[in-house]
Structures are given as structure tokens and as C-alpha cells.
Ligand binder design. Structure first.
Ligand SMILES: [Zn+2]
Length: 406
């Protein structure tokens, strides 16, 4: 028994003021219970760190520690209480655990490592015989540590994007650091007010250094950027514009398909995805089918050509060339008389300054798209979220590039 006690004394790496008093091994419960005893002369006040005399001991508390050879290992101790002249009677903090946690720091560090390799909170919880809630609390404490240590000095290019949260058009707004490839924060809804809140999560001093903010052509985002980072250029990126153009092609296809159907013409049935693919991504078979479709002189074919033509915009080398190209393209759109495409073009005309700003910063959407698909995986593995807060916790835990070590 003596050697077991001294083993644990060493393994736990306790400060000299704490001793292992007793180790209880329960074979039927597969549990090791380690009783710790405070043997120091005085105690530090948890508020002011002043050395005080011991007042008494708080009731017994338990902390789950790392397993010992598959035996659940529990630390038990009565924490000393101080009587500080300034702060009164206070319970001293345990050197092995965070305040309010029922787990030791080493155990929490282990849980964080597991979570980093497994996106499912539930899977980690069942592996360690913990409740979902306990793992969630450990994640939140890890996140708080990481956010406190985070360095935001180097942020120059921001991306703001919306993401659906739950069914029924509930959205969250996400702010990305495009240089650092990380999510900076998440807020509920996608209003101007929410976006202002998101931007002010960065200190004013930091916001002044921002050169550009990439956003969708969604006015509340633009208003918030004008308010909180007025010096930064607003950039409307390729990702969002491509999405609008794809949707417009699809709208033309649906209309035309319906019209053709009434005359028994099935040409467009089942062709939705053919119009969304870029030619270089088509297989030989897809390419042959697509060429066949294009010979049919469809309105959808014209819409597709206009969308495809616009891809050339992004590879132009100067802003002037881009402005000239845009005029040329927008005339072609007008001549097509295809309402869905004209509608997107009109929106682009209203936001042309932001679209042309791409040629000043050339921030790509690759970072936001990468983060977006990562968030998609988190959503899929959680099969829905109980609350916005648990959604935000996971987005930042997995996409914040935070140092959350103990
Ligand atoms: Zn004190």
C-alpha cells in the first residue's frame, strides 16, 4: 500500500502542500479512488493570492482523473478555506482542476485531444462514459482558454458569410480571417445589428488595420462594414456571384422545361446538374451529352453561355479591363431578354464597385469555402444542435485554429 501511495504521489505531480492520503482500489467497480490531503501551513486567497491561515476545510469534492489501466480514477479532497482580511472566507483553488470543473486538468486536456480527432461529441462522451453535457462543458472551457490566447494582430482581410443553422430560414453569420484561414466568431441571424456585433468582437485598434472585407451582395453586411470598418474595401467575391448565376441558369431551365413539357418535349428533363458543371469537370460521356443539349438552341443554353462567359472576368489582370468586360457582358445579358439572368446582372450593377474591388485585393473564396465545408461536416456529425451556443462552440473549436492545450 505504501508504494502505491508514493506511486500516485509521483504520478499526479502534486505540489508539496498536497499528499496522497489513501488509495482505494475497487475491483468490482473497476475504480481507483485517491484521497488527497492538504498538508501546507497556510493557503493562498483565490482572489488576491495573499497568504492566509487555514480557516477550515470545504466539504469533500470529487474529480475524475485519467484512467489508471482502464480503471476509472477519482481524486477526492477537502479543499482548505482561507479567511482573507480583504475577501473573507474563500475556498482555495485546487491545483489540479479548473474552478467549477468536476474533472482534473489532465483529464480535460485528454478529452480535448480526443475531440480534435473525432468531430462527434456523442462518440467521445460514450467512449469515456461521460454525459454529452460534461463533454460540452469541457469544450467550452477549452474554447475560453483558446480565445484568451488568440492573436489577432495580423488580420488584414476578413470574410463575412451566412450559414443556415436550422430549418425554417434561421441563419448565423460567420466572420473569417482570410489570411489565417480560421473562423474568428459567429453570431445569430444575419442582420446589420448582428453583423455589427460580430465586427466589434475585434478591438477597434485591430479593426483599423483591416484592408478588405469579402461579403455577399447582402445589404445588412455592407451597412455593418461601412459602420465598423469604414476604411476597408468591400469585396464581393467570385463564390457568391457564381452561385447567383448558377441559380439564374437553373431558373431559366425550370421555366423552359415546364413550357417544353406541355408540348411533350422532354429534352430538359433530368438535365439540372449538366448545367451546373463546368466543362473542364465533365467526363467524356457528360461532355457528349452536354454538346448534344447545346445543339438544341435552348434558352437554357443561352443562359448557360452567359454564365460561362462571366468566368473569364475573374482571370483578367486589371480593374480597367474588368470594367470594360463587365459592360460588354451586361449588354449581352440584356440582349438575351432572359429575366432571371438580367435580375442577377442588375444586382451586380448595383454592387459593381465591390465586384471590381476584387482586382485590388484578389482575396479568393478558397479559404471561406474550405471553412464552409468543414462546418458542414460538423453539422452532419452532430445531427442538429440543441442551441446556437453549442453550434458556435463547435465552429470555433474546430475552425478557430486555437491553442486550447491545458
Ligand atoms: Zn484575498
Amino acid at each position: 500500500m505504501e508504494s502505491l501511495i508514493s506511486h500516485y504521489q509521483q504520478l499526479l505531480g502534486l505540489p508539496s502542500s498536497w499528499n496522497v492520503d489513501n488509495v482505494d482500489l475497487s475491483l468490482p467497480h473497476k475504480r481507483v479512488t485517491i484521497k488527497l490531503k492538504y498538508v501546507g501551513q497556510d493557503v493562498k486567497c483565490p482572489e488576491c493570492k495573499a497568504s492566509c491561515s487555514i480557516y477550515d476545510h470545504a466539504p469533500e469534492q470529487k474529480w475524475r482523473h485519467l484512467d489508471t489501466m482502464q480503471f476509472e480514477t477519482i481524486l477526492v479532497a477537502r479543499l482548505p478555506r482561507v479567511n482573507c482580511k480583504e475577501h473573507g472566507v474563500k475556498t482555495a483553488s485546487a491545483p489540479w482542476a479548473d474552478k467549477h470543473s468536476r474533472f482534473t486538468l489532465m483529464f480535460e486536456g485528454f478529452v480535448v485531444q480526443l475531440l480534435q480527432h473525432c468531430a462527434s461529441t456523442q462518440a467521445v462522451a460514450s467512449m469515456l462514459r461521460l454525459s454529452w453535457h460534461s463533454v460540452d462543458q469541457i469544450m467550452r472551457r477549452a474554447l475560453a482558454r483558446g480565445m484568451k490566447r488568440r492573436d489577432t494582430e495580423a488580420i488584414r482581410h476578413l470574410g463575412i458569410d451566412e450559414k443556415s443553422f436550422r430549418a425554417g430560414h434561421q441563419y448565423v453569420t460567420i466572420m473569417n480571417d482570410l489570411d489565417g484561414g480560421r473562423v474568428l466568431d459567429v453570431v445569430e441571424t444575419r442582420t446589420t445589428k448582428a453583423t455589427v456585433k460580430l465586427l466589434t468582437s475585434l478591438a477597434a485598434k485591430q479593426r483599423k488595420k483591416v484592408l478588405s472585407v469579402s461579403v455577399d451582395m447582402w445589404n445588412p453586411f455592407a451597412h455593418a462594414v461601412r459602420k465598423k470598418v469604414p476604411q476597408a474595401d468591400l469585396v464581393h467575391d467570385r463564390y457568391h456571384i457564381s452561385k447567383y448565376l448558377n441559380d439564374a441558369v437553373d431558373a431559366v431551365r425550370r421555366q423552359e422545361s415546364r413550357a417544353l413539357n406541355t408540348t411533350g418535349d422532354k429534352t430538359l428533363i433530368g438535365s439540372k446538374y449538366a448545367w451546373l458543371r463546368n466543362p473542364e469537370n465533365m467526363s467524356d460521356k457528360q461532355r457528349a451529352d452536354f454538346d448534344q443539349l447545346m445543339t438544341c438552341e435552348l434558352q437554357t443554353g443561352i443562359a448557360w453561355s452567359l454564365k460561362n462567359m462571366f468566368r473569364a472576368f475573374w482571370v483578367l489582370t486589371t480593374r480597367d479591363a474588368a470594367e470594360y468586360f463587365f459592360q460588354y457582358w451586361s449588354d449581352a445579358v440584356d440582349r438575351s431578354k432572359l429575366k432571371p439572368i438580367i435580375k442577377v446582372k442588375d444586382m451586380m450593377v448595383r454592387h459593381l464597385e465591390g465586384i471590381l474591388n476584387f482586382f485590388r485585393h484578389r482575396t479568393t473564396n478558397a479559404v471561406s469555402e474550405g471553412l464552409n465545408s468543414k462546418i458542414q461536416l460538423i453539422k452532419a456529425s452532430a445531427r442538429g444542435f440543441h442551441s446556437f451556443e453549442s453550434y458556435r462552440t463547435r465552429i470555433l473549436f474546430y475552425c478557430g485554429k486555437l491553442d486550447m492545450a491545458i
